[in-house]
Design a protein around this ligand. Structure first.
Ligand SMILES: *Cc1c(COP(=O)(O)O)cnc(C)c1O
Length: 448
């Protein structure tokens, strides 16, 4: 823990006192700026320690994990690039002024226009399919000059899945990449590279949360072995760079950061020593492990009740900010911390209670039968480790607005000891109406 880390209790107290949860915006996301910087440094150092040369390594942050421009800017300042998978994510990375040479475009549905834009910008592209590669062929034939963009192919190493099916991208039948173990695929890939001297990268991303490190490393090793095979076949070092994806899982059960980037980099160095011997450049695409532990959702408890003998705290944080936890609670359990109306840690004997959200469906519960000091109306709850894929990936159910997001850092000169900056202002009701067709209110009736 860095010496400038701010304690949870201090942050919540300051957030409440400084008015981050006004009556009209009873839920917000908070991000620990120093925590994000520390995680970025841990990533850089882990790969350097394993032998990766700094100038030949690009750590591209997976934008979908925290699609917030100021976060991308902070990470760029820490030396990271961006992995984008849609025109929106590319626009965010560009708005954060991430150098296009440090952006990687992965997506299974890149349109011709998106591919053309990426090539014009010099953004790296990992081709997801044989058909996409054929489209790239066409675009490169049209172009007057050889591409500035590093171009590669994503393979599905088909090494198997982890404990969460929806996040396992290297099963036999995954929709991602060129399935490496299918009949004839390997030979086809080697030929595809031999016929296209501009293909210089191989990409594999085995999965996210729930994948054992050994499985991820096996996928990376498969991509490495294919690179060696291609380079042997063409008789030169055509594949110069391996993009090993992201997927380092996060510990949601305690404050411990485990597994670490260091443990994974060491495992990779054991599984595929050639990765780190200087012959290949490396690209990584971590998301969750860079941000999760630096974020929390803070929400007000509006009411409490009992039903069938069960105590329930009805809060303003539910499926709209903790979508995966609500829909797949066994895979995505979250720690909940209890605070009083002033943001001070609640004390008192633990009482089993449900922590429910604001959405109008019965499953909108973020924690079931959780022992916590008895929550009361006006208290606050914090959902911990939610810096990635939670408040930044808002779900618009019940027209609940996108919550505000604030960064924080220690500030000795403030009476609270904490200073906040706005990352994203809370969505207003008029913005919400506009997004929901407000300008077209009469257009359906006018049709007939
Ligand atoms: C989602 C994704 C990542 C990031 O995964 P994390 O689990 O957040 O590290 C990286 N690369 C690709 C291609 C992805 O789809």
């Amino acid at each position: 823990m860095s010496s400038s880390a701010v304690r949870l209790g201090t942050v919540v107290r300051a957030a409440v006192r400084q008015g981050l949860l006004p009556a009209w915006a009873p839920v917000a996301g908070l991000l620990d700026v120093q925590g994000i910087r520390t995680a970025a440094a841990a990533l850089r150092e882990a790969f350097e320690e394993a032998g990766a040369a700094r100038e030949a390594t690009l750590h591209a942050f997976a934008v979908k994990a925290a699609s917030l421009v100021p976060v991308l800017r902070l990470l760029a300042e820490e030396g990271l690039g961006a992995e984008v998978a849609s025109p929106g994510e590319l626009a965010l990375a560009r708005a954060a002024r991430v150098d296009p040479a440090r952006i990687v475009l992965d997506s299974p549905v890149k349109t011709t226009a998106e591919l053309r834009e990426a090539l014009a910008l010099g953004v790296a592209v990992n081709s997801d399919s044989r058909e996409e590669l054929a489209r790239l062929d066409g675009l490169l034939r049209e172009a007057a000059e050889p591409p500035r963009s590093p171009l590669g192919v994503r393979v599905n190493p088909q090494v198997g899945g982890g404990s969460i099916d929806a996040l396992s991208t290297a099963t036999d039948t995954s929709k991602f990449g060129v399935a490496l173990r299918d009949d004839g695929a390997r030979a086809w890939l080697v030929r595809a590279f031999a016929e296209r001297p501009w293909l210089t990268r191989l990409h594999a991303h085995v999965g996210s949360q729930g994948c054992p490190l050994e499985l991820m490393a096996a996928g990376v090793r498969a991509a490495y072995e294919l690179a060696e095979e291609v380079n042997d076949a063409v008789g030169r070092r055509q594949v110069t760079t391996l993009d090993i994806g992201g997927g380092l899982p996060v510990n949601f059960a305690s404050d411990d950061v485990t597994p670490t980037f260091r443990a994974y980099a060491r495992l990779l160095a054991d599984a595929a020593p050639g990765l780190f011997d200087g012959r290949y450049g490396l690209v990584t695409e971590f998301g969750r492990a860079l941000l999760a532990k630096s974020g929390l959702v803070l929400a007000r408890v509006e009411y409490t009740k009992t039903a069938g003998g069960r105590r329930i705290a009805v809060t303003h944080a539910g499926a709209q900010v903790a979508t995966r936890t609500v829909f797949a609670p066994a895979s995505w359990p979250l720690r909940v911390a209890a605070f009083d109306a002033l943001g001070r840690p609640k004390t008192g004997p633990p009482v089993e209670q449900d922590v429910a959200g604001p959405c109008c469906f019965a499953g909108d519960v973020v924690a079931m039968g959780r022992p916590l000091p008895l929550l009361e109306a006006g208290d606050h709850v914090a959902l911990l480790d939610t810096g990635a894929y939670y408040f930044s990936n808002h779900y618009a159910y019940n027209s609940l607005p996108r919550p505000g997001v604030y960064g924080y850092a220690r500030a000795e000169e403030e009476s609270d000891g904490v200073r906040f900056a706005t990352v994203r202002a809370p969505q207003t009701l008029s913005e919400l109406v506009a997004e929901s067709g407000g300008a077209h209110a009469a257009d359906l009736s006018a049709l007939g």
